[in-house]
Design a protein around this ligand. Structure first.
Ligand code: ZN
Length: 300
């Protein structure tokens, strides 16, 4: 996944100026995948649509807080996840993939910080401000860069096995033991690959003169990976997967990401793309969203 693009920034500038055509364009672009995500989490179709509508309202209301830390899609998904968490008594869980439902390993969800807890209408706490301080921002940026380089090197050399392993470790927070089971590898091999990756990231971060101890580094690393969805394939790649036009190595990787790991965000994209292929008109939900959000547009 990429960070916020120039096209997205231009669209946002228009929306900030109160341009309703730009807002319609944004809603049209993202409502389908958000609705697909919500429907997978909430049993009632009507509840899912309410929550997507609330998400767009919250997005407009908090527009001044969005600095492009992540791409628009990931940012909207984050607000949506907060809204869904509210339905489950405010418990924020890092359930980014279906496989986590099967392997309930020793993940300590409540202790891991959420990179975007300052959005989506929740009151900012003292620790939120602390996390947003300058040093922390630098660390996140440095890690973001180092991780992107690591992931790109795996992709370039078609080393999808190691990419899958680190994805399971850092995106899904599985233990070495669980990753071993999933990948049919010895736990020790997983530990070696993990160590090698952490070393590479550590070297890149050290070059930037960013000081962090080991547990902080690992914690920040998982936070950045999820906040940026670093290993998620682009929507166009998911489209090519759907049309079976990807070369084999890539096809297998995307298949792993969608179906074995079961990334909820990418599955929502696939679902949305499949709906679009059937040319079902999403106008009803769109009209509802437009009706409930346009009043907020000019105030944003
Ligand atoms: Zn994904």
């Amino acid at each position: 996944m990429s960070e916020i693009t120039q096209a997205e920034q231009y669209l946002l500038a228009q929306i900030r100026a109160g341009d309703s055509d730009a807002w319609t364009q944004l809603v049209d672009r993202y409502q389908g995948r958000l609705a697909a995500f919500a429907r997978a989490r909430l049993p009632q179709r009507a509840d899912a649509e309410d929550i997507v509508q609330d998400t767009f309202v919250a997005f407009l209301k908090g527009l001044d807080k969005y600095r492009g830390e992540a791409g628009l899609e990931t940012y909207l998904f984050t607000i949506l996840r907060h809204k869904i968490a509210d339905c489950y008594r405010g418990r924020w869980t890092r359930d980014v993939c279906l496989l986590q439902d099967i392997y309930q390993s020793d993940r300590q969800d409540s202790n891991i910080s959420d990179a975007f807890s300052h959005v989506a209408g929740t009151e900012p706490t003292a620790s939120t401000y602390a996390r947003r301080d300058e040093q922390h921002q630098l660390q996140r940026q440095g890690l973001n860069q180092a991780l992107r380089e690591l992931i790109n090197s795996f992709k370039k050399s078609l080393n999808f096995r190691d990419l899958q392993i680190v994805e399971l470790l850092f995106y899904c927070h599985f233990s070495n033991q669980d990753v071993g089971k999933i990948m049919r590898l010895d736990e020790k091999n997983v530990a070696v690959i993990k160590h090698r990756c952490l070393k590479r990231v550590r070297e890149a971060v050290d070059k930037l003169s960013i000081t962090t101890d080991e547990p902080t580094l690992e914690n920040l690393l998982t936070e950045v990976w999820e906040a940026q969805r670093l290993s998620c394939p682009k929507r166009s790649t998911i489209g090519a997967y759907m049309l079976k036009t990807l070369e084999k190595d890539w096809y297998d990787y995307v298949d792993f990401h969608l179906h074995k790991l079961g990334c909820r965000f990418c599955r929502a994209n696939l679902d949305d793309l499949q709906q679009q292929n059937k040319q079902e008109e999403p106008t009803l939900l769109r009209n509802r969203i437009m009706e409930s959000t346009l009043g907020f547009l000019h105030k944003a």
